[in-house]
Design a protein around this ligand. Structure first.
Ligand SMILES: *Cc1c(COP(=O)(O)O)cnc(C)c1O
Length: 463
């Protein structure tokens, strides 16, 4: 155990980690990154198959972004947005308005995805107070939704293993059926029937209750933290039409899907959705520095305007809001999107992922291998025909992720789902190599299961 592993195990409490398993098992210490690879203190290299938890877009140690941050550092690292302006946050806001769906004309900065959602929830609530409809207080969310880990974001979340224990602390929401066809046990034969059901459910609820609903919040196209659950085509468009029809705000959480992840710059673009609010973080700085943004329409922003004595100010903000270094990284990242034609170059990369997902689907213990653009989830099943999962205590998916490291790939599972989310900068060839490594790891573990020899993985990484 080297010095850093010792210090870490002595002093650090890791996120989403059972620390008992963590301290008992050997861990990697990452020293540096270059392109789509991470290097540990032992000199070994690994593909970053989850974009450092879904944030990295253009690769690590990317010269243009490094230079932009260094240049900003030579001016100032941070000054506050409370009462002062800084240059990068102003320039970045202009660009964000330009690239996001029409109508989102104002940017409220914060620090991460959770705070971007917190701000959206509070803005939506307060908006209706100012519009003379204070009874519109309820939020609609989706089954298995995830919007971050602060208490407001957890209130609009719905993943039992993460959220259930906090129920007494949370505000109540109206939960709609999780729009994942694969996981639905409602018995629909086709995805179209399932889609019709979902929209009818929402329509009927809103017809009765819209006068008490402030907003609906969704992760568009993919519910990522739930295990990459995909929504039927037409779903987000349908949700937008219904929320508009009944006068309910639509908050779109693009924290995971934004900045090219789904094959377009924002997931909303796939179905021409114009939301009332959009939350962004993760890829916003190319994965360099923490930054969140909540985009809103003029209609919402204007509702908060007034004289001081009207107390219409949005009393919310964070110390590092609009941090100049983070905004400088964001600006440099957007330049790379344009210069390298990042979005235009995605199709051949997505095709490699698609090829492997088809191949993985044929494997004995893979129930479902699904993809949306540059993200994918491989869901394991003990019996794929009858949809019988593995016993959770076997930690099979976590064991595969551990095994993949041996071949040179970092990936991480959520429950029984192995998540694959390479940086958008990965070449088709690199993606081919990464998925080849994952395939080897899966074959190795599956062979052990089939031989009846593998019954336990003491994996510290599994949730
Ligand atoms: C990751 C994530 C969040 C939370 O973002 P943090 O930066 O981790 O606070 C919120 N919503 C979605 C959809 C996410 O994937």
């Amino acid at each position: 155990m080297n010095k850093w592993e010792e210090l870490d195990k002595k002093y650090i409490w890791h996120p989403f980690t059972q620390m008992k398993g963590w301290v008992e098992n050997p861990q990697l210490v990452i020293e540096r990154g270059d392109g789509v690879k991470l290097y540990d203190t032992e000199g070994r290299s690994y593909y970053d198959g989850i974009s450092s938890l879904w944030v990295n877009i253009h690769g690590h140690h990317r010269k243009e972004i490094d230079d932009a941050v260094k240049a900003q550092l030579d001016k100032i690292a941070h000054s506050t947005l409370l009462g002062l302006i800084n240059q990068p946050s102003a320039e970045f806001a202009e660009k964000l308005v330009e690239i996001t769906p029409e109508g989102l004309n104002k940017v409220f900065y914060s620090d991460d995805g959770s705070t971007a959602v917190e701000a959206a929830v509070k803005i939506a609530f307060q908006y209706w107070q100012f519009k003379g409809k204070p009874e519109k207080q309820q939020f609609i969310n989706l089954g298995d939704s995830y919007h971050g880990d602060t208490v407001g974001a957890v209130s609009v979340g719905n993943i039992d293993v993460f959220h259930k224990v906090y129920k007494p602390l949370l505000f109540a929401t109206k939960k709609m059926t999780c729009p994942s066809f694969y996981h639905s046990n409602l018995g629909f034969k086709t995805e179209q029937e399932f889609l019709d059901y979902l929209l009818k459910e929402l329509d009927e609820y809103l017809a009765e209750n819209a006068d008490k609903v402030a907003a609906m919040i969704i992760e568009p196209l993919v519910q990522a933290a739930a295990g990459m659950l995909m929504q039927p085509k037409g779903y987000i468009k349908g949700v937008r039409e219904l929320t508009k029809k009944y006068g309910v705000l639509l908050i779109v959480d693009e924290v995971a899907t934004g900045f090219g992840r789904t094959g377009k710059l924002f997931a909303c673009e796939h179905e021409g959705v114009l939301p009332d609010m959009m939350c962004m973080s993760k890829g916003i700085t190319g994965g360099y520095l923490p930054l969140g943004a909540t985009m809103v329409t003029d209609e919402i922003y204007n509702a908060f305007l007034g004289e001081p004595e009207e107390y219409k100010t949005f009393y919310h903000g964070h110390s590092y809001t609009g941090n100049p270094l983070a905004c400088a990284a964001g600006l440099a990242g957007l330049e790379i999107f344009a210069k390298d034609k990042v979005i235009e170059n995605l199709p051949p990369k997505m095709a490699v992922i698609e090829k492997y997902m088809e191949r993985f689907s044929q494997m004995q213990f893979v129930g479902n291998a699904r993809q949306c653009g540059m993200l994918a989830g491989i869901e394991l099943m003990y019996d794929k025909e009858k949809k019988v999962p593995f016993k959770p205590e076997l930690l099979i998916a976590g064991g595969i992720c551990q095994t993949a490291r041996k071949y040179g790939l970092i990936v991480r599972n959520i429950g029984d789902v192995i998540i694959f989310m390479p940086p958008l900068a990965s070449t088709a060839q690199q993606i081919e190599e990464m998925l080849g490594m994952l395939e080897q790891a899966m074959q190795e573990v599956f062979a052990e299961i089939a031989a009846g020899s593998k019954t336990d993985f003491s994996d510290p990484c599994a949730f």
